[in-house]
Ligand binder design. Structure first.
Ligand code: SAM
Ligand code: SF4
Length: 347
């Protein structure tokens, strides 16, 4: 079957457990993971992610739920096995659960292995049960501190108790939660062991992320940057960290903390390149496809769709973009590598 065959996603994946990926970039890497930002808006204003007074996109620029579904489903038809919905904050997008419900058809058909999301958790309590019902088995929740005042400061007004309630609701609904924390030199560096212990005690994996130079924010990033190599060295002075092989095709390297029994991921885009095994591409809420987080390459799939493209033409546009996926990125902390904010690209 050729990639341009007009038959359905299910037919492309007649053998769901052993798919042959059809999206292969110019360096031979298979693209099997799509992250979709469903909105640029958010109910928080994290200091490393957004400026205090963000200008959000006009509604007409943002893809409709139908357009998001069409694009995501086209990628699934081309061999994408994992779909992550993100933002901005995905749970503030009106009709978000309808999109999840609709996309869950690909889980039932066997075309998709995983439908998941990354959320700040603030609205999670009321959505957790529905997510579970639609086949979401794991989610990432971003949480940088367990100190209410510091949380309020880092998020510019967020309420920690709502996030903790959201995490508990997800766990109660049977959805596994991974906690993501951005390591910030002056704010949470000393608290990271407590945060890791807290997550592991709840049965959650934990991932630490280095700050990435994406978009202008109100602070100097060189002040915030904390190398995870240094964090690892610190943690190793009182914990036993065992390297484990937990390949996600992503930038995280995993260790097991023997004392807590939990898994810890370290995402080090600045101190450790991970591009050789990159399997992912990102779609913004305006339908721009970025094939590399750290570069300014972009393909306007909204223009293709709104120009009346057939499914075949849409697939051709996706093939062309993936073929041109850059070999790697070149982040440096002192200057934004790319002008767009993480909330636009989708984290
Ligand atoms: N609002 C959701 C959330 O916070 O989880 C999803 C979108 S958010 C952009 C996705 C992830 O990107 C979050 O874990 C956040 O901490 C992280 N993030 C945002 N800006 C970042 C930056 N400049 N460097 C590193 N991580 C960043
Ligand atoms: Fe919103 Fe997530 Fe960015 Fe924080 S990191 S401002 S929660 S999009």
């Amino acid at each position: 079957m050729t990639p341009y065959d007009d038959s359905s996603a299910q037919a492309v994946h007649a053998a769901p457990r052993l798919p042959s990926p059809v999206l292969i970039d110019g360096f031979g890497r298979a693209v099997t993971y799509l992250r979709v930002s469903v909105t640029d808006r958010c109910d928080l204003r994290c200091v490393y992610c957004m400026s205090e007074h963000m200008t959000f996109l006009p509604k007409a620029d943002v893809l409709t739920l139908q357009e998001l579904d069409r694009l995501a489903s086209t990628f699934v038809g081309l061999g994408v096995r994992k779909l992550r919905l993100t933002g901005g904050e995905p749970l503030v997008r009106k009709g978000f659960m309808e999109l999840v419900a609709s996309l869950s058809r690909h889980l039932r058909s066997g075309a998709l292995d995983e439908l998941t999301l990354t959320t700040n958790g603030a609205q999670l309590e009321r959505f957790a049960a529905d997510l579970a019902r639609h086949g979401v088995r794991r989610i990432n929740v971003s949480l940088d501190t367990l100190k209410p005042e510091l949380f309020r400061k880092l998020t510019r007004g967020g309420d920690l108790t709502r996030v903790v309630a959201g995490i508990d609701a997800a766990l109660a609904a049977g959805v596994a939660v991974k906690i993501n924390a951005v390591a910030l030199r002056s704010d949470n560096a000393a608290e990271l062991p407590d945060l890791i212990q807290w997550a592991h005690a709840r049965g959650c994996d934990m991932t630490l992320i280095e700050t990435m130079p994406m978009g202008e924010v109100d602070q100097d990033r060189t002040d915030q940057y904390l190398s995870l190599q240094d964090v690892r060295r610190d943690l190793s002075s009182f914990w036993t960290l065992e390297d484990i092989h937990h390949a996600t095709g992503g930038p995280a390297r995993y260790v097991r903390v023997v004392e807590t029994g939990g898994r810890l991921g370290l995402i080090t885009p600045l101190s450790n390149h991970f591009c050789d095994t990159c399997n992912r591409v990102r779609l913004t809420c305006t339908g721009t496809l970025h094939t590399c987080l750290g570069r300014d390459d972009a393909s306007d799939l909204r223009a293709v769709m709104r120009g009346g493209a057939s499914d075949t033409q849409l697939r051709e546009a996706i093939f062309a973009a993936v073929d041109a996926k850059p070999k790697g990125h070149d982040f440096q902390i002192a200057r934004p590598a790319v002008a767009r904010h993480m909330s636009t690209t989708g984290g």
